[in-house]
Design a protein around this ligand. Sequence first.
Ligand SMILES: C[S@@+](CC[C@H](N)C(=O)[O-])C[C@H]1O[C@@H](n2cnc3c(N)ncnc32)[C@H](O)[C@@H]1O
Length: 458
Amino acid sequence: MPCPLKGIEVGRRITISNGVIWYGLREDAWVLVAPNRRSKERCLLIGKKEKALLDEIKKGRGVVEEDGLDGDQREMARNWLRPEFQILEELKDPSPANSPDELALSVFQEYMSARAMEGRHDLSDYYRGEVVDSGTQFEEVEMTVSHLYRDPHPALDNMSYGARFARVIMDKGGLREDMKILEVGCGTGIFGREFLREVKRSAPAIYGSLGYTFLDISPVLLKSQRENNREHRGRVLFRIGNIQDIQGSGAVYDLLIANEMIADLPVVKMAKGDEGEGGQASEGWAVGRELGLDFSDAPPLFILNLGALRFLVALRTLLARGGTGYITEYGSTWAYPKAYHVTNHREYSIHFGHLTRAASTLGLEARLADLPGFLGFRGDLVVLDSLCHRSLFDHLLPFLGIQAVSSRVYTREMLSEAIPDILPGLRNLGFASLDTQGGIIYPKGFYVLILEKKGTRA
Ligand SMILES: C[S@@+](CC[C@H](N)C(=O)[O-])C[C@H]1O[C@@H](n2cnc3c(N)ncnc32)[C@H](O)[C@@H]1O
C-alpha cells in the first residue's frame, strides 16, 4: 500500500483522526488535542457548539459531509481543516518482495537521511555529558520498549520485559551456574534488575553463582543502575566506559546483552563509488570490505552502522567460547539506516542484513528473530493507540497540570486505574491491537540478533 494520509482531510468530507481527542473541562468548555499540529499550541479550548460538531462528526464514524453542516459549523470545521492537522501515518517496515511502492519510498528515505547527515554521527558525548536524569531520559526523551514494559504487563504474560527476556533465555537452556553476564548500555538498570529477579525466582542456584556486569558510558545512568540493583548486591558490578574503546579485556563473558542501544553507536555517510582514502567514509569502506558486506543495492548516498558493526568485533572479543550475545534494536533486514528524531538527538535504524552477514564473516553463528516473536508479545492485545497516547500524555495531561502518570502501554483497564477522574470526560480515544498501531512504540520492527561463539569455555 502506498503511504496513506490520515487525519482531518481537506475537502468535502471531514474525518476526525484517532489522534485527536477532546476532554470536558466543564460543561461549556472542552479541550481539543491534536498532537501533530506543527504549531506549539496543540491544546485548543473549544466551546459547546464546537464540541457538538465534534460529536456529530464522531457519530458518523468520524466522517461527516460538509454539505450537511450549518454556516457556523462549517466555519468551525474549516478551521480544523488546516493542513497542520493532517497526520502522516507511520510506515510499517516494508518488504521489498511484495511492495515496490514502499521499497521506492524506503530507498528515498534512506537517501534523504544520508543527504541530511554530516560525515559521521556519534552520540558518545551526548550520553557522557548531556543525560541529566534517568527518569526524564526514558519517560520524555527516548522511550524504549523495555522501559514501556518495565512492569509486569498482560502483553508479556504478566511479566516485565527484563524478566521475560531472562525466561526466554532460560527456556533455551542458555543460563548455567557460574556464568558471567555483561549488559551493555543499561539505561535505568531496570532491565537488569528484572532479569536478575526472574533468575533468582526460578533458578536460585544459578542466581547465587552468577556475576552480572553493567557497562555504560553515562555516569548519570550508571548511578541509576546501581540504585535500582541494590537488591542484587554481591551479584552485580558496575563499570563506566565506552563500548567502542573496550578492547582486548579478555574473552570472559558467557552472555552479553545489548538491549536497544546499538542505534546509539556511530554511523557514517557513504557515497557509492567513492571509496577515496582519508575521508570519514574510508573507515566505513574498510570495515565493509573486512566484514564481507555488499553495497550493490545501496542508494547513491547511504549510511552505514559503523559503530554497530565494530560492536560485533568487540562482542566476539568479549564472549567466552560457547558464549552467546543478544542484541535488540529497531531496524530492518534489508533497508539501509534511516534517521529518526528523539527529542534532543538523532538515532539511526539498524541494517540487520549487514549485521548478520558481518557476524558470519567474524565466525559467529548468527540468527535473527523478530522481537515480538522472540519474547512472545500478545499481538492481539488491545491497547491505547500511539497517536492518542501522545495526545494524552504529551499534551492533555501536562495542559491539565497532571504530571504524575508515567508512560506505559495502556490497556483500557490500566488507563482507568491510572486516570480514573479524567477518563469519563475523554472522547475519541483510539485503541488498537499491538499487531497494528497499539502502544506508543510498536515492538513490531524490532529485531533480536542472537550470536553464538562456538567452542567450549576454557
Ligand atoms: C537507548 S538507551 C537503552 C537503555 C536500555 N538498554 C533500555 O532498554 O531501556 C542506550 C543506553 O546505552 C548507553 N550507551 C550509549 N552509547 C554507549 C556506548 N558507546 N558505550 C556504552 N554505553 C552506551 C546509554 O548511556 C544508555 O544507557
